[in-house]
Design a protein around this ligand. Structure first.
Ligand code: DC
Length: 224
């Protein structure tokens, strides 16, 4: 069995960037599973389907009109929708909301979880998401729940959006962060929750480097 690391946590906790840095240090691949749900959300929007319409989204999936996959080049993930790289297009607020909606549907989750398990079977990997420690890899070698306060997460999200040239207000983002938390925690299928055997890393008062180091130390301790 390969080394598998599960990192779960709420939106904006810095999972993607922190996990990228952890994986670079450990020289293993990082699977950002949120990107896969974002690709399904994007597919719905592109097809003119309301992401809140479960029947239409599942119908699209079952008719084979949505193929989501990932490829790696130089250790970096590229997310593919029907064979086309969508890494830029999936990073908007609109696609984030669509992802949050479609990720509630059991049929969507089944398809994504199956692919994520296949990938983790093929090589040592760190997977980040909402249900990795609880559902995708219940036997992961290491489980981490990375979180921070909603206010800090909103501030970080705002900086990210501003850096990529998008405009947004702090209050609006904070409202969205809280709304996404509620949606992710309260959905019926595979809600966001800490696995019983996960270690909590709260980055509210930690810098980026301190967060990465904390996680690396936890992984080293468990591997040792
Ligand atoms: O981490 P993110 O913001 O890119 O995730 C986008 C959406 O996908 C988010 O609303 C939660 C959902 N998601 C999920 O349900 N399960 C995962 N393993 C990863 C993400």
């Amino acid at each position: 069995m390969f080394l598998s690391i599960a990192v779960d946590g709420p939106v904006g906790a810095g999972k993607s960037t922190v996990c990228d840095a952890v994986c670079a240090k450990l020289n293993i691949l990082h699977l950002d599973t949120g990107a896969m749900y974002r690709a399904v959300g994007l597919a719905a929007l592109d097809a003119g389907i309301d992401p809140r319409d479960e029947k239409a989204v599942v119908d699209m999936l079952e008719k084979g009109r949505v193929r989501v996959d990932v490829r790696y080049a130089d250790g970096r993930q590229t997310t593919l929708l029907n064979g086309v790289a969508v890494d830029q297009r999936i990073r908007t607020q609109e696609v984030g909301s669509a992802a949050s909606a479609v990720s509630r549907y059991p049929a969507v989750r089944r398809a994504m979880v199956a692919r994520q398990r296949e990938l983790a079977r093929e090589q040592p990997m760190l997977l980040d998401g909402r249900d990795i420690g609880t559902v995708v890899l219940p036997d992961a070698s290491v489980k981490i729940f990375l979180t921070s306060s909603a206010e800090v997460r909103a501030k970080r999200r705002l900086s990210q959006l501003q850096e990529s040239g998008q405009s947004a207000s702090y209050d609006e983002i904070l409202r969205e962060v809280r709304q996404r938390d509620a949606q992710d925690e309260n959905r019926e299928t595979d809600p966001l929750r800490k696995a019983e055997d996960a270690v909590v890393v709260d980055s509210t008062h930690l810098t980026f480097d301190e967060t990465v180091d904390t996680i690396l130390r936890l992984i080293e301790a468990i591997k040792a």
